[in-house]
Design a protein. Sequence first.
Length: 508
Amino acid sequence: MMLKRFHVIAALLILLLSVSAAAAQDDATVTMIVTRDPVSLDPHTTLDPGAPILLAYIYDTLVYQTPTGEVLPSLAESWTVSEDGLSITFTLKPGIVFSNGEPVNADAVIFTFQRLQSVGQRSLIYDEISNITAFEKVDDLTVTFQLEEPSATLLSALTYPYAGILEPSAVEAAGDTYGQNPVGTGSFILESWVPESELVFVPNPNYGGHRPWTDAGTASIDALRVRFSTDESARVNALLADEADIVYLASGAQLDRVGEGFTILESPARALVYLGFNTARAPFDNPDVRRAVEQAINKEDVLALAVNGIGQILNAPLPPTVFGFDETIDSEGLPYDPNAAQNLLASSGVTIDRPIRILTSTFPTFEAIGVVLQAQLAQLGITAEITVLDFAAVRDVALGGDYDILITRYDWNDPDVLWRYLGTDNLGNTNRYFYSNPELDALLVDARQTFDPAARAALYADAQRLIMQDAPIISLYVPQTMVVISDRVQNVELLHSHVVLEDALLAP
């Protein structure tokens, strides 16, 4: 009897294991690990620069930007700009609906941007949307934006997921909880969200394959599970243990652990890692001291020690991935020269008799940069103390001016980023360096309103040279977007920093 019972139990265990193995093999859930949990999936209120990675699964924009910088139709079928540059009219594609079945129309577009103007003061695209003075509904599929002044940068801003079109009734019904209950036209919808643990996306049942950068949009994915970890080693451990299919890496330190069975997708980011000075207080109110620091920094060491050499060293304020970059301007940057740095600091007449405060966020790469910078400044005779805070706290402290050097990064797709971070109009907001230069302001404002590409490029060339001469910021390197994907997930690609999954197929 006992022997018979043992055989029955053994048979049941074998059956259960077989079923589990079959379920695991047939599991159509893809697991992705990113750095941090978003605070909100409301594109108008989120401040996280990494949010577009996830927002792009939920929302579509009127237009989108190709990897080469070309702006093409997305929800909009076409658009026209008036001769005076003071109005732009969008014609929407017919037949597109939100995930809740409501139609995409001119009313939804107007609602979206009026709401952004009302609640999105901290949005990265708020300035561009604030330039819109009126919205005119021409018909259900046509809407005109009236502008206060001509803007060559508006279309670029409208390509970001922060400009994703919202469904009015869903926003109104959710109220303050909309950021946890988003509704869009993207290929996925949010099914569940456990803060600081995971969120789960499932295919949008009303997605009609309208995204122009995909094929049929017939992915064999039942769910996308997104988990969070700031530990790059832990992310790779999960990948190697088959607990994750897609992981984002910020440096190359873990790449040697990734062998066969994985694909690495990478592309230069539309971004710049740089140092920003508090130009409102000594010692960095003196441009010679700022330039001395620039010559004391060995950028090759920064790149090697912070991100294992993955990235491109840069001197110019604009990266090669953004319109306006010029190799000639980049070559004009001050070289690493410790002796010249010592002489420049001595000739400035400035005595640094206190520790300077280096401020940065908990992002691992930035912490590593802080350690390298601290050591290099010590060789210049400058003692530095490092303060590491979370992303939101860094912003608040920087705006309060309680720092000397800020290690940070911008992510933007248009050279107008220079006006955004260094323009006098943005003091107390995105300009956290307390830097004001009327000559630079004039160049950047002209460039914002200039539609001719050659003339616009010339204005940005002059602006970059002025910034490099005055050195309110020091460029370090262009980061590389790196995503490691298990060969189990096939037919995927990167669109900027976003992993495109609409056409993904899972290996049998």
